[in-house]
Design a protein around this ligand. Sequence first.
Ligand code: PEP
Ligand code: MN
Length: 271
Amino acid sequence: MDRLLVDKLSGDPIKIKLKESQTIGLKNKIVISGPCAIENYDTMRAIAKELKNIGINILRGGAFKPRTSPYDFQGLENEGLSILKSIKDEFDMIVSTEIMDTRDVEHALDYIDIIQIGSRNMYNYSLLKEVGKTKAPVILKRGISATIKEWLYAAEYIMVNGNENIILCERGIRTFETSTRNTLDLNAVAYIKNKYRLPIIVDPSHGTGLRELVAPMSLAAIAAGADGLIIESHIKPDISISDSAQTIDILTLKDIIDKINIIGEAYGFSN
Ligand code: PEP
Ligand code: MN
């Protein structure tokens, strides 16, 4: 098939309502933030409170963690979902977490608003079909070695099964470069905005692996046309259980948002 549902020739650009007041795919830029993993209730609540204070109302945090080593922390799993739900209710936030298993899709939606499909699962066609049967917003991360075409076909799997609420997420690809964890492919952002209907956000945390690079690459992503960012943050980045080296503190995040607002004034968008 040459023309896909995700193609601009097939329809209008897709706008996704995350909540009454929060849409993605328009001129506004969204910022999703929170820790790599949900560590415990108190830490997650403290992070959410600080994020809310700086105006962020979309919270991320992994309940099911796809770790390279089976000996590393695997996440709080269902307890993590409950923590997210209680924080969502207390702070009136939108919450997002990665779901890895088809068996978790339906019940997870009693706790969370956005399903994240992680890089390692972009090729999990059973999972893509399962989230396609829901109407939940889905963040579809690019596979670590996926071409743009393979990634778009993954989105097509979700869409053809009935769910068009897809947010693509560029999170860096594996290249010959070893100085950074991944190579953040901002070409993909401009390419997709030009030809395809789906909103796209950028994850400069996994894209670089280095917290010093998160601010500059966030700004570069927005300048390249991204509809938003997903950034790992923590009240104490140095002691975060996973991905500490790429996790920023809340003040640094606030500074990124202030700078996005300055770019927004020049380009005519808001966050
Ligand atoms: C994450 O965002 O929690 C994550 C594991 O990212 P990725 O799937 O991009 O590696
Ligand atoms: Mn992480």
